[in-house]
Design a protein around this ligand. Structure first.
Ligand code: PLP
Length: 486
């Protein structure tokens, strides 16, 4: 690794990326390539001789960029955003540049200690109970994704329970979620060895704004107990993927407590909003939970990947995931005075992710981070206002954060014979509308089906998005709807 050549190539890449961000709005937001396009562009075998960075970058421009869906475009309103920022990027550069492998404290004390410190900083900012912080007996860890966080917490809960009741009862353990819970819990449960027929996906309805009713959790638990099964784990969500619904934490945790169930709170997207006090009421009852996670790479200006997980009792996690091989033995670990993060996650090796969070927190400061979140929420409110002015459209579920679920109302859309549309026709109409908008490439949104209703989701949150982009998206939506109806 020659430092001068590293400097030269590094500068070229930074220039390349700066140009990319300058031009990102010009590309179709959703990639327009056909499956298999890249195989047609690239040679069949790897090059034998070295190639200059300039040639490789030309190919990135020519072959790779057309195959990107531009998540950093200000016109990206799909899924949930994946924030880029200067601080996140330079933090990532440092982390990659040092390329340390901080599996235990001695393998890079700064990586471990910075992680523990930023997890306490961030936990305090989010208004988490002190019991979730190192300073209050709990603790936080940075993982790659929410799916990993769910798997780790579920494994901790599983082993804690099996240690009490015996491994032979594994097949009796039951996991609870709502029909709005992210599918990563199902995946985690599969990997953790939960019997697939013991995953209860409890129904939610429009009357509770798609939040889970505590009564339905209680009756599912009671019915399982009657059948000789053992309730283990419940995942509540703040800000579901389909519609941003929020489960009522307080009453749900009360139910879980009655049956000694581990409660994990998945706030992958919405969690970042808790740096703003106006959202704190959603956290009411969190003291009753065992663990809480959010993805900083969604809405906290931190590049992928960066899932923040806090636990009240990290020892349950450590007992489930720790290993003690001879080759890693060292005085610091033996002293029990340090955190060895290898015991808080699936893999052994781990990246220095704390660097990114530290840079984001320091470079922007809490005041700007709050402005950032509030700015997106205001833009989403503005979009709701635009919808309210056009009778053809309706907001389908109440907005909690910065995502609006809307559709062309069946009451307002007639077909060519002037016959009003029913619900099913409306679903089909809205699905075609969304595809027509996305295919045009100027805006990208995705959909969900909530309570049988097909909704178009406009998730405001890309770092570069401003009011002009929201207005442009609205104009695009109206024009496509008009064309389809005429
Ligand atoms: N939970 C929620 C509420 C989400 O919205 C998502 C992703 O969008 C996930 C979990 C999955 O996150 P990850 O991809 O980090 O596993």
């Amino acid at each position: 690794l020659d430092p001068d050549e590293f400097r030269r190539q590094g500068h070229l890449i930074v220039d390349f990326l700066a140009d990319y961000y300058q031009n990102v709005e010009k590309y179709p937001v959703r990639s327009q390539v056909e499956p298999g396009y890249l195989r047609k562009c690239l040679p069949k075998i790897a090059p034998y001789e070295p190639e200059p960075i300039e040639t490789i970058l030309q190919d990135v421009q020519k072959d790779i960029i057309p195959g990107l869906t531009h998540w950093q475009s200000p016109n990206f309103f799909a899924h949930f955003q994946c924030n880029a920022s200067i601080a996140g990027f330079v933090g990532e550069m440092l982390s990659t540049g040092f390329n340390v492998v901080g599996f235990n404290w001695i393998s890079s004390p700064a990586a471990t200690e910075l992680e523990s410190i930023v997890m306490d900083w961030l936990g305090k900012l989010l208004n988490l109970p002190t019991s979730f912080l190192f300073s209050g007996g709990g603790g936080g860890v940075l993982q790659g994704t929410t799916c990993e966080a769910m798997l780790c917490t579920l494994t901790a809960a599983r082993d804690q329970m099996l240690n009490k009741i015996g491994r032979e009862n594994m097949g009796k353990l039951v996991v609870y979620e709502s029909d709005q819970t992210h599918f990563s819990l199902q995946k985690a449960a599969k990997i953790a060895g939960i019997n697939p027929s013991n995953i209860r996906s409890l129904m939610t309805t429009k009357s509770t704004a798609f939040g889970l009713s505590p009564d339905s959790l209680r009756s599912a638990i009671q019915s399982d107990i009657k059948s000789g099964l053992i309730p283990l784990f419940f995942c509540a969500t703040i800000g579901t993927t389909s519609s941003n619904a929020v489960d009522p934490l307080g009453p749900l945790c009360d139910v879980a407590k009655d049956y000694n169930i581990w409660v994990h709170i998945d706030a992958a997207y919405a969690g970042s909003a808790f740096i703003c006090s106006e959202f704190h009421y959603f956290l009411h009852g969190i003291d009753g939970a065992n663990s809480f996670s959010l993805n900083a790479h969604k809405w906290f200006l931190t590049t992928l990947d960066c899932c923040c997980l806090w636990l009240k009792d990290p020892s349950a996690l450590i007992k489930a995931l720790s290993t003690d091989p001879e080759i890693l033995k060292n005085e610091a670990s033996d002293s029990n005075q340090v955190v060895d993060y290898k015991d808080w996650q699936i893999a052994l090796s781990r990246r220095f992710r704390a660097m990114k969070i530290w840079f984001v927190l320091r470079s922007y400061g809490v005041s700007n981070l709050r402005k950032f979140i509030r700015g997106h929420v205001k833009m989403a409110k503005h979009f709701e206002g635009l919808i309210a002015m056009d009778k053809r459209f309706e907001v389908v579920v109440p907005r909690n954060f910065a995502m609006v679920c809307f559709r062309v109302s069946p009451l307002m859309v007639a077909n060519a014979n002037q016959k009003l549309l029913g619900e099913e026709d409306a679903n089909e109409f809205n699905s075609k509308l969304l595809e027509s908008i996305n295919a045009a490439g100027r805006v990208y949104m995705t959909h969900a089906v909530v309570g049988g209703v097909y909704v178009i989701r406009l998730a405001v949150g890309a770092t570069l998005t401003d009011y002009c982009h929201v207005n442009k998206a609205w104009k695009e939506i109206q024009e496509h709807a008009h064309t389809m109806q005429s």
